[in-house]
Design a protein around this ligand. Sequence first.
Ligand SMILES: [Zn+2]
Length: 75
Amino acid sequence: MISCRDAIERLWDYLDGELSPADTEAVAAHLAECARCYPQYRFEFAFLELLVRNGERMSPPPRETVDRLRRLIGV
Ligand SMILES: [Zn+2]
């Protein structure tokens, strides 16, 4: 399994659908299984996913939200 740091670093591209299928699966598997990441950040992830799904492709999720996740998790 990839590390929490790797998962957060790839979150942006993951949500934007720009990861390779293997990386996408790795991030999804991490979020589904990691006891550290998922309970703590599920609301942030849900928020970002909502933006991606409902927002326009020209308006990606706010970068500062991803940066905040990185600070929270200490990477
Ligand atoms: Zn994790």
